[in-house]
Unconditional design. Structure first.
Length: 319
């Protein structure tokens, strides 16, 4: 509970007035509820005995939006020599704030104090801070193969906008919206995670309660390498210098020989970028020829019928 006290005196007579209240600011609505529970007037009659009275109006308004306000009528009286008048109330006044990271209310009282026919006319006010936004840091961790955008969806402190940058200041109570996806068809298993919140779907929102990291990940698609070669063909498939066997896993964007029905030349290295399952097929033909005795050694001689080129073993290489 909080209190606000002021006084008004005329020729030594008057009263000290105290209001007891509590405040509760809600960032989600950008409003403050002010609950007034008591007002007390302690009169000073200067030794005289008689009638004492407090009358007036307590006004509560938002400091940054003075058009939003509410009032409490005040009226209490008592006979005696310097009496005390205490009145319990239960008045709730809700005010709406404007933008800004500091939320304040103004308490104001205008009225009359009568202390045994000595009158004063207080016109008092005070400004009270009810909430100050807490600043936090937003970190963006965009993984390879992903898209990520974080927007300010709702805020009691500033206008909304699109596209935070990493390291940006965010405030407790603000609402952020996240957008994300795989950056291309080469990736799968997209995940969008907010620290302290968990995994979210694209377009979801969350409320800031502290510094946070928005992270996206995706997995590069993998495929199967198939090598179909007859018993007369020598096929070598490598990736990064390491040999691959039929059935090996290969990744999207790997560089490979021309495959899947596209012809490659014998005994040459050829390049192909992987975008799906890979099949390398190599077929051979028996070489036509005759055996001749040359100096007592039998040698095979190739008979070229159509010499489009010398037939050689095939060699295909991943890089």
């Amino acid at each position: 509970m909080a209190t606000w006290t002021f006084s008004g005196y005329n020729n030594g007579r008057g009263a000290e007035v105290t209001f007891t209240y509590s405040t509760a600011y809600d960032p989600s609505t950008n409003k403050t509820k002010v609950t007034i529970t008591n007002y007390t007037a302690v009169f000073n009659t200067g030794g005289a005995t008689g009638y004492c009275q407090l009358d007036g109006t307590l006004t509560v308004k938002a400091a940054d939006n003075t058009g939003s306000s509410g009032t409490l009528d005040v009226s209490a009286s008592k006979n005696g020599k310097s009496p005390t008048v205490s009145t319990d109330v239960s008045q709730v006044i809700e005010v709406s704030h404007g933008r800004g990271t500091s939320k304040q209310i103004v308490l104001a009282f205008t009225g009359t104090i009568n202390s045994v026919t000595y009158f004063t006319y207080p016109d008092e006010s005070t400004t009270v801070s009810v909430y100050t936004a807490t600043a936090y840091t937003l970190t963006l961790n965009k993984g390879t193969g992903t898209n990520l955008v974080v927007d300010l969806y709702a805020s009691p402190f500033r206008s909304t906008f699109s596209g935070f940058t990493t390291g940006a200041v965010i405030y407790g109570g603000e609402v952020l919206r996240v957008w994300g996806s795989e950056s291309s068809g080469a990736y799968k298993n997209f995940v969008l995670n907010v620290s302290g919140v968990g995994n979210l779907a694209t377009g979801d929102t969350f409320t800031v309660t502290g510094s946070c990291t928005v992270k996206t990940t995706a997995v590069l698609k993998t495929y199967t390498l198939t090598i179909n070669a007859d018993s007369h063909a020598a096929v070598t498939v490598t990736r990064g210098g390491a040999a691959l066997a039929s059935g090996a896993a290969i990744k999207h964007f790997d560089s490979a020989a021309d495959i899947n029905g596209t012809a490659i030349s014998p005994d040459v290295e050829a390049s192909h970028t992987v975008s799906g399952p890979v099949t390398i097929t190599v077929l051979t033909e028996a070489m036509p020829g005759v055996l001749l005795d040359v100096g007592g050694v039998r040698k095979r001689f190739l008979i070229l019928i159509d010499s489009g080129g010398v037939r050689k073993n095939f060699r295909a290489i991943f890089k």
